[in-house]
Write a protein that binds this ligand. Sequence first.
Ligand code: NAP
Length: 252
Amino acid sequence: MILTNKVALITGASSGIGHATARLFAQQGARLVLAGRDAARLATLKTLIEREGGQALALPGDVRDEAHAKALVAAAVGEFGGLDIAFNNAGHLGPMLPAPQITLADWQQTLDVNLTAAFLGAKHQLPALVARGGGALIFTSTFVGHTVGFPGMAAYAASKAGVIGLTKALAAEYGEHGVRVNAILPGGTDTPMGREVANSPEAIAHIRSLHALGRIATPEEIAKSVLYLASDLGSFTTGAALMVDGGVSVKR
Ligand code: NAP
């Protein structure tokens, strides 16, 4: 149990990578604040964690809402006494269209969920992490746009590249306060969002072929790398854009 006595906040906990990470963190002893829009799925996860002996509270909301970002931190501090780990993981795929066909509204929504919400989360989490004497702030970026320029994913790629810039700036800004700030860059992962992209036998085969391992990840595999960044295992890792991509970056 490497997260005993730690309090962790996870956005996008209702599904996929966030859901798997919440379960792993709970199994490692963390008390959890679970966020997502789907209240029913969050409640089911909370029950599952409690049945396994863990502690969690669920706070549904939209990451684009600054009041929600603030409330999540207040819940961690109010219910569990502080915040040690924040995993800003909620994400939106956005339009899968050639750039000239992307509306400003769709572009904006993708940046709002993936980038601006990551900033809003960090804005309210950082003072709580500092008050605790340090902690771990983690964002979810992607291999898309970083190592492979997927056609038709301009808004998603741009928003997630922004997350890497945010990560590096905050790592430099908060290192001396003991806050480590990192981004995880998953490869293709079997989640509802992953299945939205890999939506035909041809697309599935193509996406698998991009990975040196010849397959995509399970959300549980990505969660293990988040655990590394969140825990003392990653105590000297900060400012990293950590590729957990099954070798996309070396498969050309
Ligand atoms: P997923 O299963 O579809 O989960 C997405 C999560 O984001 C859900 O929990 C969803 O919550 C939440 N979310 C979306 N919009 C939100 C909003 N406006 N406010 C609050 N929560 C919101 O997909 P996933 O693959 O696990 O995605 C997790 C992260 O990994 C994302 O940032 C994604 O970009 C990134 N990623 C995924 C892959 C992949 O291949 N799957 C690869 C690289 C990176 P609700 O449904 O409850 O709203």
